[in-house]
Design a protein around this ligand. Structure first.
Ligand SMILES: [Fe+2]
Length: 218
């Protein structure tokens, strides 16, 4: 469940990567996929702009080139600093361009199953890319170039690259394996439809579309 209000926006934020060097590997991966989800979703959001695009692209590049080195060398301040900078870029961008279905679905999934938000994003990301891709293939191609997709630059190349990144970072579960049942899906989909992030998804979904995406991730 997300709590969203202008009153929650801080006056000052201290961005210090040293405090993240003791984060465990799981939390590093989960918060990392939150960065990736924020930056991809804000880049394809129907509220994006040339200014937010700059931050989205930088966040995707920094995340992609630093997440695996950071997991291997978690105390390294350079990798931690680059990931935290990616998180800052992604935070700036979603505060201005908002998000989309990955985060909307992850809010209801995390609320129902009491799971870390970024982990929920990781389970859903490629399924939402699959749903949204045709809305703006040129934007998704740019994303593919930023995360250095090598095998192909079409939709399946990007989906495969995200899947590979999940495998390399140890995110191998499905929704079923974390306890989601098929009869949970209508409730999850309804909460997603009511989530503010759904409004800026590049494709305005029907409830049945959201149910289908959850089923694909089961
Ligand atoms: Fe998020």
């Amino acid at each position: 469940m997300a709590i969203i209000s202008k009153k929650l926006v801080p006056d000052v934020a201290l961005i210090d990567p040293v405090i993240t060097t003791t984060m465990n590997s799981n939390m590093t991966v989960y918060t990392g996929f939150d960065i990736l989800s924020h930056s991809i979703e804000a880049y394809v959001s129907n509220a994006s702009s040339p200014i937010t695009d700059v931050h989205s692209i930088e966040a995707i590049k920094l995340f992609s080139s630093n997440i695996l080195p950071c997991i291997k060398d978690p105390k390294n301040p350079k990798f931690r600093g680059n990931l935290m900078l990616a998180s800052l870029h992604a935070g700036l961008v979603f505060s201005n361009a908002s998000l989309g279905l990955v985060n909307a679905m992850a809010h209801s999934l995390g609320g129902l199953m009491d799971l870390p938000h970024g982990g929920c994003n990781a389970l859903l990301l490629e399924h939402v890319v699959n749903f949204n891709y045709s809305s703006d293939p040129a934007r998704y191609l740019k994303i593919s170039q930023c995360i250095e997709v090598v095998d192909s630059t079409d939709k399946y190349g990007l989906i495969n690259a995200i899947s590979q990144l999940k495998i390399k970072t140890g995110v191998t579960q499905t929704l079923k394996e974390i306890g989601v049942r098929e009869n949970d899906i209508p409730q999850l989909a309804q909460k997603t439809m009511n989530d503010p992030c759904t409004i800026t998804n590049p494709v305005i979904p029907k409830k049945s579309d959201v149910e289908e995406i959850f089923k694909n991730a089961l």
